[in-house]
Write a protein that binds this ligand. Structure first.
Ligand code: HMG
Length: 444
């Protein structure tokens, strides 16, 4: 049985922060550090009436309407977020509460609902659990919704500030999917790490430089584990390689390490030997530091070779185009990278049916997961329906004072009182707090 992602909808926060133009001068940083160093251009941020519930519900509503679904067609709803505001009531019941304002109260009463955290790996886990639920034949003919929704803000002045973002991705999981079939093999790399965490705080505590190393270490472990289960990954085995993309240059760092891994002990390594030498092997060094330095030098040189650049341009570059405009959506990150890859192919008339995607999910704390997906026959029709580019174009362009002001409302404080900068139109909005401190929503 083929099981996987049948439909996708994306909802971006309705505000835009121009990173090189507006943020860089205020932080006293060179705009090229953002555009060239990190690979970012813009961040999506939420307006005052938006939050993880409204963005998730808006993405889900659009998906349900487009796929002509009734609430009774769905009996499993998982929401992935790292920006939750309640330790008991899950975001999923807030979201179905919103959806029932449109479809009618009680319509989701038989849906199994939950909430997960672990950046985009948590949404990947939810997708895989939903696929297994369908494969096991216990879904009674029903489908699953997986929604990732985050407002990824850092402290003002934090090095992470240029990587902020906010938005939601809704994914419909079913048999005979239109977009991608999820393959069964998964590779994992996990460790107890404390480089990025939010210990009951709104803003994260981050050791940014270490977080990059931890990401790459876990991704390497996941790739090795994946190969043990699915066989060796080759340079040409996948049409696209999508990674968790906190900022686009992070995917490039992962890509060059992955590429180095795929060429080890192959003809390509031999062919490149005259130009950049061979990949240093640990056994050839008595001094580990020297081995590490030479491996780093080899990797930097590999990144400059024509064969890597051509591969990168075709296999990875299309996956990071949206992230440069949206910023990091934590739980949505690799799921935006998948959309970016397929949208670029659809716009440029590239044929993707039956080709494979390598998908590298990641969550700080930390774990990476790698699996592959086969692109289905109707992938193009699904991409044609997306309006994410129009949404990004229509975002309200913040000046710096507006940016500082609107941030105040997104720490979930009941005192914050900030006017919206955009007019809600046919969407769910945050409408204040109820008597028990709950957040209240309306369809505007
Ligand atoms: P930073 O210290 O501001 O930046 O922090 P930098 O000095 O390291 O510079 C960044 C890059 O720009 C460097 O390139 C510089 O050389 C270059 P690299 O050496 O990396 O190739 N650069 C320039 N290039 C051109 N012109 C210039 C210039 N100046 C410098 N003038 C950092 C950067 C990413 C650490 C920071 O933004 C941060 O802390 N971000 C948040 C943490 C993060 O995103 N970590 C990524 C891995 S962890 C992860 O992905 C999980 C996460 O999503 C959380 C979760 O959901 O679980 C974050």
């Amino acid at each position: 049985m083929e099981v996987g992602i049948d439909g996708i909808e994306v909802w971006s926060g309705k505000l835009k922060l121009d990173l090189p133009g507006t943020l860089a001068p205020e932080r006293g940083e060179d705009p090229e550090k953002y555009t060239k160093g990190l690979g970012v251009k813009e961040s999506s941020l939420p307006d005052a009436h938006e939050d993880i519930v409204t963005m998730g519900a808006n993405a889900a509503l659009r998906l349900m309407k487009r796929k002509d679904l009734e609430p009774e067609d769905i009996s499993r709803i998982d929401v992935a977020t790292e920006t939750s505001f309640d330790n008991s009531k899950p975001v999923s019941t807030y979201i179905t509460g919103c959806l029932e304002k449109v479809y009618g109260r009680g319509r989701f009463k038989n849906a199994n609902q939950g909430e997960r955290k672990f950046a985009c790996i948590s949404a990947t886990q939810a997708i895989e659990d939903a696929c297994n639920w369908i494969r096991a034949g216990v879904n009674n003919g029903k489908k699953a919704l997986v929604i990732s929704s985050d407002v990824a803000l850092y402290e003002r002045g934090d090095p992470g500030e240029p990587t902020q973002g906010a938005g939601a991705v809704a994914l419909l999981i079913s048999k005979d999917p239109n977009v991608v079939e999820i393959e069964k093999e998964q590779g994992y790399g996990a460790a107890d790490e404390t480089d990025f965490l939010k210990p009951y705080s709104y803003f994260p505590s981050v050791d940014g430089k270490r977080s990059i190393e931890v990401y790459l270490d876990r991704m390497r472990e996941a790739l090795e584990d994946y190969e043990r289960k699915a066989g060796r990954v080759t340079k040409d085995g996948f049409a696209r390689a999508t990674f968790h993309t906190p900022f686009p240059k992070m995917s490039r760092k992962a890509a060059v390490l992955g590429f180095r891994h795929t060429i080890k002990d192959t003809e390509i390594e031999e062919e490149l030997a005259g130009q950049i030498g061979k990949i240093p092997r640990e056994d050839d060094y008595e001094n580990y530091k020297q081995f590490e330095e030479e491996l780093e030098e080899y990797t930097n040189n590999l990144g400059e070779t024509e064969i890597f650049r051509d591969w990168y341009e075709q296999v990875v570059e299309p996956t990071i185009q949206l992230a440069a405009l949206t910023g990091n959506w934590y739980t949505g990150s690799v799921h935006i990278a998948r959309v970016s890859a397929l949208l670029e192919a659809q716009k440029n008339g590239k044929e993707m049916e039956d080709k494979s995607l390598l998908v590298g999910s990641y969550g700080s704390g930390a774990q990476a997961e790698i699996h592959s997906e086969r692109i289905c026959k109707k992938w193009k029709n699904e991409m044609e329906e997306l309006n994410i580019e129009e949404m990004l174009d229509n975002r309200y362009d913040l000046d710096f004072d507006e940016y500082k002001e609107v941030r105040k409302v997104h720490n979930y404080s009941e005192e914050a009182d900030v006017e919206s900068l955009t007019e809600p139109n046919d969407e769910f909005v945050f409408a204040g707090h109820g008597s028990m401190g709950e957040r209240v929503y309306e369809f505007a």
